[in-house]
Structures are given as structure tokens and as C-alpha cells.
Ligand binder design. Structure first.
Ligand SMILES: [Zn+2]
Length: 146
């Protein structure tokens, strides 16, 4: 059976990527850093292993405000593309907005539910986690404390 292939691109099209295989984790995120970085009340992150993701056009620009956290975006149109965290070394997260077929990616949980905006009403039965939905390397601490 052929491996699942998904694609993504930024708003202007300068950056494009191809993802092979199944994402290992799909999660709503209500945290305030991502809200500001992405410009949306919440995001859905699609988690892949780094070797599943290959950029087929362009190179995203990287930005790090918090030690160990690397975000990327398109330098031309500003589309948010990815999130890496040294506390999650084998995980690469793509924004739902970057994907060509976002309807195929069903979230599995809510992360940072405690930061959810009060007027965001969601009627799903997914787990509501107060903080990270992934186990980070405890030696690195929490980015919010750095
Ligand atoms: Zn772009």
C-alpha cells in the first residue's frame, strides 16, 4: 500500500512541502505564544517526524524568541509554517493553515485549555489538557519559565 502523501504551501506559494506517512499527533493549541505568533485565537498543530517532511520549494525563515523554540514562516507573505521544540527533539509541527487539505486532519485533543479564550466554544469530546499535550524532556524545563 502506498504511503499517505500530503502537501502544504504558504499563501504566496514560495514555500511548499511534502509530507509522507501518517502524522503521529494532531492537536488544538490555545496557548498565548502561538496565538501571537500565528495571529489566530487558536491553532491546530500537525505533528510529524522531521524525516517525514521535505520542503519542495523555498526555505522558510526561522525565528526564535524563546530558547529552544524555533518557529518558521514565509519571508514573503508571512504565513506561519512550523514549530520545533528542543524538548521534543523528534517532532516537527506544521500549522493547519499551511496544509493543502486541512479537512483531512482531525484533532485528537486540546492543549493549553487553561489559556482558551472565553468566547471560543467547542462542543467536541476531546481531552482538554491544561498544558502541553506531549511529554517534553524535563531537563529542559518549560519554555514559559525560561
Ligand atoms: Zn509565502
Amino acid at each position: 500500500m502506498a504511503s499517505r502523501i500530503e502537501t502544504g504551501s504558504c499563501f504566496c506559494g514560495a514555500i511548499a512541502a511534502e509530507m509522507r506517512g501518517e502524522p503521529f499527533w494532531i492537536c488544538y493549541d490555545h496557548d498565548d505564544d502561538c496565538r501571537r505568533a500565528i495571529g489566530s485565537p487558536l491553532n491546530v498543530w500537525i505533528g510529524y517526524r522531521p524525516d517525514q517532511v521535505r520542503f519542495t520549494s523555498g526555505t522558510p525563515k526561522s525565528f526564535s524568541k524563546t530558547k529552544g523554540i524555533l518557529r518558521t514562516f514565509c519571508r514573503d507573505c508571512g504565513t506561519s509554517i512550523s514549530y520545533r521544540d528542543e524538548g521534543l527533539p523528534d517532532e516537527l509541527y506544521l500549522t493547519i493553515g499551511f496544509l493543502a487539505n486541512p479537512e483531512r486532519f482531525q484533532p485528537q485533543a486540546h492543549a493549553y485549555w487553561r489559556m482558551k479564550l472565553p468566547w471560543v466554544a467547542l462542543a467536541d469530546d476531546l481531552p482538554r489538557l491544561e498544558s502541553y499535550s506531549r511529554r517534553r524532556d524535563p531537563a529542559l524545563g518549560n519554555p514559559a519559565d525560561r
